[in-house]
Design a protein around this ligand. Structure first.
Ligand code: 5RP
Length: 230
């Protein structure tokens, strides 16, 4: 198992303890979440129904015997949302969408009482935007205007080649944005006509961050305590 994988798996297994008995939970997308789904299957955590955020997650949940509930049919708020991140700061603000699922992820995270973010120790950052670009899901007919608007905001947009979202839309990865105020940039990007959602999660921040390390230990960060850990 390579280093990041051990950390992802450790964080994912630690998230099992946060599942309320009998709850319908929201489940994100990505390789760390894949470990979480496997861990649900192995743990007997009692999850029988979940709201998924991508076709990939739907398939994996079904494989471990969990039934799917559409977000619109679920009782809201969901008690728990578990998902990873491409970068996360110590206030729980994140960049997501490396897997292109951030629009649905944002909807489910926003409909949940608590978001437990599971990451390996390469993901926490002091300031967002250090490594990860900000993904945008864009209406295909609006690409030209969106590229111009994002450039005017100081970003360098790059179309993600040969990839469409589950909804059939293109993705644009924006490098070089000033993310000193992530919430302001999230609002600015989502105000551009044709942008369906951006990958900045500052309006809906993580409530708990579980950081898995290569030795299998897990650091728990509570973002509202401005980086204090236990
Ligand atoms: C998918 C996401 C993922 O949570 C993010 O890309 C992290 O993925 P991984 O767990 O594979 O590192 O936002 O849209």
């Amino acid at each position: 198992m390579i280093t990041a994988e051990a950390g992802k798996r450790a964080a994912a297994v630690a998230a099992i303890a946060y599942i309320p008995p009998g709850a319908v939970i929201g489940v994100g997308t990505g390789s760390t979440v894949t470990y979480f789904i496997d861990a649900i299957g192995e743990s007997g955590a009692g999850v029988t129904r979940a709201v998924a955020t991508s076709i990939d997650t739907e398939q994996r949940l079904r494989r471990v015997g969990i039934s799917l509930v559409a977000l619109e049919d679920a009782d809201k708020p969901l008690a728990l949302y578990v998902d990873g991140a491409d970068e996360i700061d110590f206030l729980g603000r994140a960049i997501k969408g490396g897997g292109g699922a951030h629009t649905r992820e944002k909807r489910v995270a926003s409909a949940s009482t608590a978001w437990v973010c599971i990451v390996d120790d390469g993901k926490p950052v002091d300031h967002l935007g250090i490594r990860a670009p900000v993904p945008l899901e864009v209406e295909s007919t609006a690409l030209t205007e969106v590229v111009a608007a994002v450039t005017a905001l100081g970003g360098s947009p790059e179309l993600r080649a040969r990839i469409l979202t589950d909804s059939g839309n293109p993705l644009v990865d924006v490098h070089g944005l000033d993310l000193f105020d992530p919430l302001r940039m999230e609002d600015a990007l989502e105000a551009i006509p044709g942008v369906i959602a951006c990958g900045i999660f500052a309006r809906r921040r993580a409530d708990v961050i579980l950081v898995g390390r290569e030795d299998g230990s897990v650091l728990t960060l509570i973002p509202n305590d401005e980086g204090s850990s236990r």
